[in-house]
Design a protein around this ligand. Structure first.
Ligand code: IFG
Length: 536
């Protein structure tokens, strides 16, 4: 039984019906005969859907009297309503249309959003149809509805994403789409340790990542240069360990309320936050904050350089594991997601035998909080708890490939973040004004033109959880630089994670990518206008 969705503009349903019916002739009389919608070219969607069929002669245009209908079960009503509200708040801004949200009323609600679709659609799948009668997005869950509405936004003219009112028409080409993701893990990572980014800046990055159906937001919250998440039981981690950043400018950290705001904002866009506390290396911020964490009992100074591999927690001291227990408990309390990332990379100052002792003990502190362990590929050297995820960051080197296979061999999943393809801090080419090049230069094509299933030889497809594009911020200290490095390459990783392998074709993708340029202009994204792309 579909309970009535509360109209989101606090007016009675009858009033809405009357308004919509009254408005029709008035608007029809007062505006020139609506131009017959011109058949728009089949819009370029990223990620490419599983199936997309053009419906000739079935174009539709949003009208001033368009009404959004929500069809959902009572238990999903609130979440479905929120998806409808997110869509209409953006479209009201750009179209100026009232776009009320009401329960579905055939003949009135020309945009129908439903979570009563078949369970065969899966958690993130959806069906979308545009025809002469209107638009319908059907999913089995609110998450799937959100993914479908994300596609609907790309079917509208790019100006629909503008922050200010734009002139119509708001044409939609007739189409029938059925879609669901190839991989369940489609992520990006933001390093807020090397340079700190405010809640507002993080929200902007989440907004842009969600446009391409990413569903994991990995936050690199602690490293040598800064500790960024509040731990009440070890307060100096943020008050002192979070005070600086690379180059010695003021750093920062998230209070529990601020981190909760980030988690909520991400969840509203169906991205799960995965918090990373990098250990045992990359720990100078913690070591500088608490002398007792150091083997020699002496706290090093805060570090604002960009070297790696010089720090290590003290594997032989019990206080190290008491510390980790407190940290992972408080981080787990702040993270509703099922995964905590314990780092594990570049432990060059941890004797290898100590590393093999440390990781299982740190992992035990994560599983104690009923969370799955995630870590960089090096953790595959140790026996991993069930449900673990190893993050491959190799450059096609034999050692990294061996670690990925080792992880799979013990039943762990693998997330692919090849540094020479998916690291968004890598320069595009020699002229890129910032970023790094230790993994090579990563052009837009290099970042897209690879297949997750075949990247690592003899890595079983069943072990691959998906892909993730990290952006490390040693050289990126503001949002403009982040956007420049992430766009246009992040959508390519998103497509590799979502679309079927058969859909992956650089020439076709390159053309679809070019059509995103006008959308990024509407969104004021500071993207790199790679000369090899036909931006339009
Ligand atoms: N490698 C380090 C990062 C960062 C990166 C910059 C990993 C797992 C180089 N570790 O990537 O901390 O410095 O590209």
């Amino acid at each position: 039984m579909t309970r009535l969705a509360r109209p989101s503009r606090r007016v009675s349903l009858v009033g809405l019906l009357a308004a919509a019916l009254l408005a029709t002739p008035l608007i029809a009389m007062s505006t020139p005969a609506a131009a017959q919608p011109v058949a728009a070219p089949a819009p370029a969607l990223i990620p490419k859907p599983t199936s997309q069929q053009a419906l000739a002669g079935q174009d539709y245009s949003l009208k001033p009297w368009s009404v959004v209908g929500v069809d959902s079960s009572s238990k999903e009503r609130r979440a479905a309503q929120k998806v409808a509200d997110q869509l209409t708040s953006q479209l009201r801004r750009s179209t100026g249309y009232p776009l009320p949200v009401v329960p579905v009323v055939p003949g009135l609600t020309d945009i129908k959003l439903s979570t009563n679709g078949p369970t065969s659609l899966g958690a993130e799948g959806y069906q979308l149809r545009v025809d002469r009668k209107g638009v319908s997005v059907t999913a089995a869950t609110p998450e799937g509805l959100f993914r479908g509405v994300t596609t609907l936004r790309q079917l509208l003219p790019a100006k629909a994403d503008a922050g200010t009112r734009q002139a119509g028409p708001w044409n939609l080409a007739g189409t029938a789409i059925a879609d669901s993701p190839r991989f369940g893990y489609r992520g990006t990572m933001l390093d807020v340790s090397r340079h700190f980014f405010s809640v507002a800046e993080v929200k902007r990055y989440i907004d842009l990542a969600s446009l391409y159906k990413l569903n994991k937001f990995h936050m690199h919250l602690a490293d040598d240069q800064g500790w960024r998440i509040q731990v009440d039981s070890w307060p100096r981690l943020t008050t002192y360990g979070g005070s600086l950043e690379v180059d010695g400018t003021p750093g920062g950290s998230y209070t529990k309320a601020e981190f909760a705001e980030i988690v909520r904002y991400a969840a509203d866009r169906y991205l799960q936050v995965i918090p990373e506390i990098d250990t045992p290396g990359h720990t100078n911020a913690a070591l500088a904050s608490y002398a007792q964490l150091n083997c020699d009992g002496v706290a090093p100074p805060l570090y604002t350089g960009t070297e790696v591999g010089f720090s290590s927690l003290c594997v032989g001291k019990q206080v190290t594991y008491d510390f980790l227990g407190d940290v992972f408990r408080e981080v787990a309390q702040q993270s509703p997601g099922d995964v905590i990332h314990l780092g594990g990379d570049e432990a060059h100052s941890t004797p290898h035998s100590d590393y093999l002792t440390f990781v299982p003990k740190a992992a035990a502190q994560v599983t104690k909080q009923h969370k799955r362990v995630m870590g960089w590929q090096e953790i595959a050297e140790t026996p991993l708890p069930p449900g673990s995820i190893a993050q491959y960051w190799g450059t096609d080197d034999a050692r990294s490939q061996e670690l990925a296979r080792k992880a799979a061999a013990q039943g762990a999943k693998v997330v692919l973040s090849p540094a020479n393809r998916a690291y968004l801090d890598m320069k595009y080419d020699d002229s890129t004004p910032y970023g790094q090049d230790w993994a090579g230069l990563v052009s837009v094509q290099t970042g897209y033109d690879w297949n997750p299933s075949t990247l690592v030889p003899n890595l079983p497809e069943g072990a691959i959880a998906g892909v993730e594009a990290p952006i490390w911020t040693e050289t990126l200290d503001n949002l403009d630089k982040l956007e420049y490095m992430a766009f246009p390459r992040l959508p390519g990783i998103a497509e590799l994670g979502w679309s079927q392998a058969s859909a992956l074709d650089w020439t076709a993708y390159k053309d679809r990518l070019g059509a995103q340029g006008s959308r990024w202009d509407a969104l004021s994204v500071n993207f790199y206008r790679a000369p090899e792309i036909n931006w339009r």
